[in-house]
Design a protein around this ligand. Structure first.
Ligand code: DAT
Ligand code: MG
Length: 139
């Protein structure tokens, strides 16, 4: 059965470009409930740990540098079929290929600076939520 929670980050580009409010509005309008949320900044070490699965990819260092370059908004979101529905809402990794109206099509700069993160499985949603939030910070 599909789980009902996913994890997201509004990335440094979208925070810097002033899109926090517009992105949260899209998330609310799509029917997600905010379970946990905070503005924070990842150290290079934390960013490297979060994206460790991509360690062998050619863009890994660029990704770690970018994700630790400025503040982010981390959040846990709840809705039926949360992981898949959130991936649909944000669109393809490359905003040039993202469907019209998706968060990445509207607000991302490019494939590396792509406005938002969305978990890719229920298992990773749980791992990523626990990486950023204590149980007492999730409501
Ligand atoms: P997604 O974020 O859509 O799950 P991913 O897990 O394949 O995509 O990659 C994680 C992040 O790495 C992605 O959001 C941005 C960066 N990235 C992916 N492909 C890239 C590329 N070809 N060049 C630069 N950065 C890339
Ligand atoms: Mg991914």
């Amino acid at each position: 059965m599909a789980g009902n929670r996913t994890f997201t980050m509004i990335k440094p580009d979208a925070v810097q470009d002033g899109h926090i409010g517009a992105i949260l509005d899209k998330i609310n309008a799509a029917g997600f409930r905010i379970v946990a949320m905070k503005m924070t900044k990842l150290s290079p070490e934390k960013a490297g740990e979060f994206y460790a699965v991509h360690r062998e990819r050619p863009f890994y260092q660029e990704l770690v540098d970018f994700m630790s370059s400025g503040p982010i908004v981390a959040a846990v979101l709840e809705k039926s079929n949360a992981v898949e529905d959130f991936r649909t809402l944000i669109g393809a990794t490359d905003p040039a290929k993202a469907a019209p109206g998706t968060i990445r099509a509207l607000y991302a700069r490019n494939v590396g600076e792509n406005a938002v993160h969305g978990s890719d499985s229920d298992e990773n949603a749980a791992i990523e939520s626990a990486f950023h939030f204590a149980v007492t910070e999730m409501f």
